[in-house]
Design a binder for this molecule. Structure first.
Ligand code: CA
Length: 256
């Protein structure tokens, strides 16, 4: 009985985000966007010469929001079943949009971006990622990394050729093995989760995770502050720790 009551409880999501070019970079190639109404949240970290990275990351964010508009809204039950599939298709369409743009414009050739996206429909959440932008979940004051980086150092750690501590200091730590827009097709990882009231999701670029250890992120998130204040504190902490890259964080809280 208690379980069925819990399962029918309505979950409401609230969100906030912040981005900063950091202390060393001249521009900000990160991008983020979200629509609480549509249940779509995205963080992208662009790469490429000149302004190309900015173009790639904004195309990805815009395409995700555009293609998933209205998909998570209440309606027939099969819409919920379709949502993760629609999200995966949106990632592939965003990949195509960036790739074909880079083929048409020589100044943008080779541009790409990471992507981490969360889509929510009532108690169900799907997280999709390509590259090394991450999703974490804080539940019962414990931080857990949901995504796995598509990066050279992550692969080496997985194969036992590098320790996590070595990976953090490695000069190869920025090398990603999967990106959006650099090839004609891409496959995102997809994680399906059941939300509990109080869950706090963090989507972020590597400008945050390269500067702050998970334990530090956990203690900052555990402060019980409004989401926009938490975002500000994360960004400030990453800047204080060096701020060598663009920093973006997007927080999504499941309210009971
Ligand atoms: Ca970055």
């Amino acid at each position: 009985m208690e379980e069925s009551l819990l399962a029918s409880a309505v979950i409401r999501y609230t969100a906030a985000a912040a981005t900063d070019r950091g202390s060393k970079r001249a521009s900000n190639e990160d991008a983020f966007g979200f629509s609480v109404e549509d249940g779509v949240y995205v963080v992208c970290d662009g790469m490429g010469g000149a302004a190309a990275g900015e173009v790639a990351s904004s195309i990805a964010v815009d395409e995700m929001l555009r293609l998933l508009r209205g998909r998570a809204q209440s309606g027939s039950a099969d819409r919920a079943v379709m949502l993760p599939q629609a999200a995966e298709e949106a990632v592939c369409a965003a990949n195509q949009a960036i790739f074909s743009r880079s083929q048409r414009d020589v100044k943008l050739y080779g541009m790409g971006t990471t992507l981490v996206s969360l889509v929510a429909k009532e108690r169900r959440v799907w997280v999709l990622n390509v590259g090394d932008s991450r999703c974490y979940r804080l539940r019962n004051r414990r931080l857990e990394q949901i995504t796995r980086d598509h990066s050279l150092v992550e692969e080496r750690v997985r194969l036992g050729r590098m320790t996590p501590a070595e990976a953090l200091r490695s000069p190869l730590r920025n090398v990603i093995t999967r990106a959006l827009g650099t090839e004609s097709s891409v496959t995102p990882d997809v994680f399906e989760l059941e939300t509990e009231p109080g869950d706090l999701f963090l989507l972020c670029s590597d400008g945050l995770t390269h500067e702050l250890a998970d334990a530090r992120i956990e203690s900052l998130l555990d402060a019980g502050l409004p989401l926009d204040e938490l975002c500000g504190r994360l960004v400030e902490a990453a800047k204080k720790a060096g701020g060598s890259d663009n920093i973006t964080c997007l927080l999504v809280r499941a309210e009971g």
